[in-house]
Design a binder for this molecule. Structure first.
Ligand SMILES: Cc1cc2nc3c(=O)[nH]c(=O)nc-3n(C[C@H](O)[C@H](O)[C@H](O)COP(=O)(O)OP(=O)(O)OC[C@H]3O[C@@H](n4cnc5c(N)ncnc54)[C@H](O)[C@@H]3O)c2cc1C
Length: 372
């Protein structure tokens, strides 16, 4: 039997969409190629901090804020349905300046935050070290916020897929969608090798690889991969209490006890290999922020390809000029934060024709130049 919806990609975005669609009663098939090469979700640090990522207003900030509001209920719901703890936790966020230039920029962030009504506290080094004993004497000043959150991104994606399956969805892992089934102006399904799966709706949620459909859809989907490397450490004696954030990266202790140091941002195409340079830069940053980590054990290194767009905004919505196809990608550095709201938006669009919040700024139409 054909599903109602095929979701291409089972990263955190596709998984969230599948879950929301299944909750609304749709029969869903998720097709995901698997772990190689570098899905972004498996490398993600899972920080849910729209504030530390820049803008304090505008559609992206609002989308992040709206998505963050959904996490509490979503985490409990997923735990009830699947027994999985997705590692959703509240923790402090301490933004650290390591030199005079960074102090200047941190002051600017403070005034943006205060104007946006976000509660932050400015701290000198002594006060910052009281609040976060892992910080070293390199800290010149800090900005503290008690209200940050984090989640375990792979667990969130897995839990959404398990919950979707419990509601009747099917997940094909290790299967690659090679092409779309196109009939006139309609996307009627997908092709994996010799197999065809038909459905009235197809959602393209395959992260950094979503641009590969541009030619068959006769349009430009300018999604490009931006490599992110992240290392994890194990430390018995020094455990950061807060998320430690700096202009050049961050340190975060996750619910499994590992300390993640992230992340590089590299324009190297679809190369998802870890590099010595990447590891060295991250480890140096870790030692500058928290010198006491020098005896921590090196645990793992992960690499993911973030889906990026030219305007740094995600692409969420129906593809104009076509029937039966929606896009949800381009979430770049915030895909985990934005996964819950993206799931709801796409499920609303497919189920009811319009989402509950405005998505004009994320409309794929801003990039579409359909070939004549
Ligand atoms: C190092 C690092 C740290 C990050 N930290 C954070 C953070 O702290 N907070 C945050 O919010 N975000 C963070 N991000 C960004 C976030 O991880 C991404 O925005 C998000 O994971 C994107 O999810 P996605 O589902 O769109 O893509 P992906 O996770 O890449 O999933 C896409 C899936 O589609 C599959 N696929 C591709 N092509 C096909 C095909 N043809 N057929 C079938 N399947 C296919 C892939 O195998 C993959 O599984 C980070 C990213 C990196 C790399």
């Amino acid at each position: 039997m054909s599903p109602d919806v095929i979701v291409v990609g089972g990263g955190v975005v596709g998984a969230s969409i599948a879950y929301q669609l299944a909750k609304r009663g749709a029969t869903v098939t998720v097709i995901d190629r698997g772990e190689d090469p570098g899905p972004a979700t498996l490398a993600s640090a899972g920080l849910l901090v729209p504030v530390a990522e820049g803008a304090r207003q505008g559609p992206m900030f609002e989308l992040g804020r709206e998505s963050l509001r959904l996490f509490d209920a979503l985490a409990s719901e997923l735990r009830e349905r699947t027994g999985v703890d997705v590692g959703y936790r509240r923790s402090g966020l301490i933004q650290v300046a390591l030199n005079e230039a960074e102090v200047g920029r941190l002051r600017l962030r403070r005034s943006w935050d205060e104007r946006a009504g976000i509660s932050v506290t400015w701290m000198d080094r002594d006060r910052a070290q009281e609040v976060e004993p892992a910080l070293g004497s390199t800290c010149q000043a800090a900005l503290f916020s008690a209200d940050a959150h984090q989640v375990d991104a792979p667990s969130l994606a897995d839990a959404c897929l398990v919950a979707a399956v419990s509601l009747g969805a099917t997940v094909h892992r290790g299967a690659t969608v090679d092409s779309l089934l196109i009939e006139g102006d309609r996307v009627a399904g997908v092709r994996c090798g010799l197999d065809e799966t038909r459905a009235p709706e197809v959602v393209l949620a395959n992260g950094a690889w979503a641009g590969s459909w541009s030619e068959s859809l006769e349009c430009r989907l300018p999604i490009r991969p931006v490599r992110g490397q992240i290392v994890s450490l194990r430390s018995d004696h020094l455990l950061p209490r807060n998320i430690i954030f700096n202009e050049n990266g961050y340190l975060v202790r996750k619910h499994d006890g590992n300390i993640y140091v992230g992340a590089t941002e590299e324009e190297v195409g679809f190369d998802s290999r870890p590099t010595l340079d990447g590891a060295a830069g991250l480890l140096q940053l870790a030692l500058r922020l928290a010198p006491g980590l020098s005896q921590a054990a090196f645990h793992t290194m992960r690499v993911g390809l973030r889906p990026a767009t030219p305007d740094r905004l995600p692409v969420i919505g129906r593809l104009s000029g076509w029937t039966g196809v929606s896009v949800a990608t381009g979430h770049f550095r915030n895909g985990v934060l934005l996964a819950p709201i993206t799931g709801e938006i796409i499920a609303d669009l497919i189920g009811y024709g319009r989402p509950r919040i405005s998505i004009d700024a994320f409309d794929p139409a801003r990039f579409l130049v359909r070939a004549a």
